[in-house]
Design a protein around this ligand. Structure first.
Ligand SMILES: Cc1cc2nc3c(=O)[nH]c(=O)nc-3n(C[C@H](O)[C@H](O)[C@H](O)COP(=O)(O)OP(=O)(O)OC[C@H]3O[C@@H](n4cnc5c(N)ncnc54)[C@H](O)[C@@H]3O)c2cc1C
Length: 411
């Protein structure tokens, strides 16, 4: 059943908004909010999900599209985060969304013969182990000759050898949209172009929200026993709206990707390389390669982060250190930029801030989820709905999404 494809659905749903008090109002149709709406609806709760623009219009369509534990978190010795993310990778690949999540291989070029192979090799072996048996193929060590056979487009002196390992990739925007549609299938009302403009309070308690239908300009009231804010980099706007103190703030870190045609690089696998700040990926994406990403602060319009000349040059400079035929600006067929929702930590570089998430109830009835990464959306959703459901009564059911395939997964 498709909710948004039925033209009458939206009008009916908007008109019914004020009719009854619902259990959960979810604000934000990124992967976290869509995941929370599905989690809550699948528990049998009455749910409305409102998104100001379109599903995944924020960060959730602008990621590197990897479902991964994150090699660099392993290097930061964040084993809990890596194990949790790799468990989610296994679930998405095998059960929850095998139609939208697929294995992808990466070559790690090695520059130093002995110690680097031992050091990185140990990390990749651990990564494969933490990821659960056979979720993706195991890594392999390659000689320089074998690596160049796989990736003839790399310079002869780009490496002394390489390791090939596997992760997974997702069509992020489509996956987020399918989460929202699956939530609708489980009875949730899901609305795009519907923006929360005010939270309704009774004393201290948040009891719903006023929303503006951006199609008509009309305002509607939604009364809800609990309200979940899953608004990513817009979380601080929610803080302003409530006027209460939140235990954390969300800082924006911009990440840029460039896209070049697939035939432009003669390599038969993705690449990952270390940069002075973080890592850079070259990721196969249908007829293109996605190359990214950067990590810089952004203080301008949240709706329209853009790539600067310096961002593009940074990516070209780094990837060209490996390539036999350097890429130029003329090869670039597209760029996109996204904003990472990072919880603020005292004066740290953004690339060192953890992608871990937090749930808070800054005012009774209002639950805020922030931080995290795409890969762990399901855990984030379950955590915030657990917190909200605990206030709805003792018989609130547990999350079922660990074994709930999203629409299109079965068959
Ligand atoms: C460059 C980059 C690369 C990344 N790569 C990866 C990766 O490869 N793998 C990975 O796991 N993670 C990755 N991430 C992180 C991941 O993309 C994010 O953590 C995730 O998409 C955040 O989702 P979200 O739902 O919390 O936020 P968003 O997707 O931003 O959703 C928030 C939504 O709230 C809506 N909203 C805001 N205010 C209101 C309001 N008042 N009323 C109604 N709606 C409102 C917005 O319109 C928006 O759609 C990457 C991030 C970036 C920036």
């Amino acid at each position: 059943m498709s909710a948004q494809l039925d033209p009458a659905y939206r009008a009916r749903a908007i008109n019914a908004l004020g009719d009854t008090e619902i259990d959960v109002l979810v604000i934000g149709g990124g992967v976290t909010g869509a995941g929370a709406a599905l989690d809550a609806a699948a528990r049998g709760l009455s749910v409305t999900l409102v998104e100001a623009r379109d599903f995944a219009a924020g960060t959730s369509s602008r990621s590197s599209k990897l479902i991964h534990g994150g090699m660099r978190y392993l290097e930061m010795l964040d084993f809990v985060l890596v194990r949790e993310a790799l468990k989610e990778r296994g679930l998405l690949l095998s059960k929850l969304a095998p139609h939208l999540v697929h294995p992808v291989s990466f070559l790690i070029p090695l520059q130093h013969r002995v110690w680097e192979r031992a050091y990185i090799g140990a990390g990749v072996a651990l990564y494969d182990t933490l990821g659960g048996a056979r979720a993706v193929p195991m890594h392999r060590h390659l000689s320089r000759t074998k690596a160049l056979e796989l990736a003839p487009g790399l310079k002869d002196d780009a490496m002394t050898g390489a390791i090939r390992y596997y992760d997974a990739q997702v069509d992020d925007a489509r996956h987020t949209m399918m989460l929202a549609r699956t939530a609708a299938q489980h009875g949730a009302t899901v609305l795009t172009r519907t923006k929360v403009v005010e939270l309704i309070r009774e004393g201290e308690r948040v009891v719903g929200a006023k929303v503006e239908d951006l199609e008509t300009g009309l305002e509607h009231t939604i009364r809800a026993r609990t309200v979940i804010s899953a608004t990513g980099v817009w979380t601080d706007d929610m803080i302003k709206m409530t006027g209460v103190d939140f235990p954390f703030h969300v800082r924006m870190s911009k990440g840029v990707h460039i896209m070049v045609p697939r035939e432009r690089l003669d390599i038969g696998t993705g690449l990952i390389m270390r940069t002075e700040k973080s890592v850079l990926f070259v990721i196969p994406w249908a007829e293109h390669w996605i190359i990214g990403t950067t990590d810089t602060d952004w203080t301008l319009d949240k709706n329209h982060p853009t790539a600067s000349t310096a961002d593009v040059q940074y990516l070209l400079d780094h990837v060209n250190t490996l390539l036999r035929e350097p890429l130029t600006r003329a090869d670039i067929v597209g760029t996109y930029a996204g904003l990472r929702p990072l919880m603020t930590g005292a004066n740290k570089e953004t690339s060192k801030l953890s992608r871990e998430h937090a749930v808070a109830e800054p005012a009774p009835g209002l639950f805020v989820i922030a931080g995290g990464k795409y890969t762990t959306y399901r855990v984030m959703a379950a955590d915030v709905v657990d917190a909200a459901a605990a206030t709805l009564g003792s018989d609130a059911p547990r999350s079922t999404t660990e074994s709930l395939p999203i629409l299109g997964a079965v068959g």
